[in-house]
Design a protein around this ligand. Structure first.
Ligand SMILES: NC(=O)c1ccc[n+]([C@@H]2O[C@H](COP(=O)([O-])OP(=O)(O)OC[C@H]3O[C@@H](n4cnc5c(N)ncnc54)[C@H](OP(=O)(O)O)[C@@H]3O)[C@@H](O)[C@H]2O)c1
Length: 237
């Protein structure tokens, strides 16, 4: 892996935590979003992102997890990608970050790795509009089910802040990312550009109504390995 910006030169995987360190806390949760996309903007191949990955993407993906207090993810992604608990502890702690799943329906299988294969209880962020029996089943399975007044970015991030989870890593998907973009809640976008063109009808990294006006981001760092670009953008003030 090599660094293209800022500066140039080889990058050792051990350098990644420093390269991707969160900015100093502005007194509220900092939201970092991570996606991998093909050159033509697809976020999945056959419905999952795995076909776009590479060793470099995996190294950055793992590093971002180890820097986060919490991994925020939409239920669509958790279902499609078969999520389970994070494995490695957050750097500086002895526990992996919890996965926090956003779901209006609470339609998650209590038998999945989110509940059966995790050392840190999964947070289920939902509302009382979700069927009570599903919420009860997820609690029974070991999930920490949190009923919020609504699932707007302000409510979601307010709950994470209340729990002291300020370094937020959102792993998508496009639906949740779109909500965060429209709320102006994305501080950083880590985008891996895979050297692949896939065509088809896979979605983009953000979906739903357009943000108006579009959000501006500045390129903060760029790494490269075997044609894969690992880009980190920060929202411009
Ligand atoms: N390339 C990548 O890096 C990457 C990353 C992530 C995902 N993906 C791909 O993206 C696809 C999934 O896309 P998606 O748009 O379905 O993903 P998503 O944003 O993870 O899921 C959308 C679902 O999450 C819940 N949700 C999210 N935000 C919500 C909110 N503010 N309020 C209420 N519910 C909310 C809803 O679930 P309920 O239906 O339970 O209410 C909604 O149907 C998969 O193919 C996955 O592989 C790719």
């Amino acid at each position: 892996m090599r660094r293209l910006l800022p500066g140039t030169g080889p990058v050792d995987p051990a350098d990644l935590p420093e390269i991707y360190a969160y900015p100093p806390s502005p007194g509220r949760p900092v939201v970092r979003v991570n996606f991998v996309s093909s050159l033509d903007g697809a976020v999945s191949v056959d419905g999952v992102s795995g076909g776009l990955g590479s060793a470099a993407d995996k190294a950055v993906f793992g590093t971002l997890r180890r820097l986060a207090d919490v991994i925020l993810v939409g239920a669509g992604t958790a279902r499609a990608e078969g999520y389970r608990g994070a494995r490695k502890p957050t750097i500086g702690t002895d526990a992996p970050p919890p996965i926090a799943v956003v779901t209006g329906s609470a339609s998650l299988d209590p038998g999945t790795g989110l509940f059966t294969d995790t050392s840190t209880p999964t947070l289920v962020l939902t509302t009382t509009d979700a069927p009570a029996d599903r919420r009860a089943a997820l609690r029974e399975a070991g999930g920490e089910v949190v009923e919020l007044p609504d699932l707007t970015p302000a409510s979601l991030l307010g709950e994470l802040e209340r729990r002291g989870l300020r370094r937020v890593l959102c792993e998508g998907g496009p639906g949740l990312h779109g909500d965060l973009v429209r709320a102006g809640a994305v501080d950083e976008l880590c985008l891996t550009l895979a050297p692949l063109v896939v065509a088809g009808d896979a979605g983009r990294i953000a979906s739903g109504p357009a943000a108006a006006p579009p959000e501006g981001f500045a390129l903060a760092s760029a790494l490269e390995e075997d044609g894969t670009l690992l880009l980190r953008y920060s929202r411009t003030p």
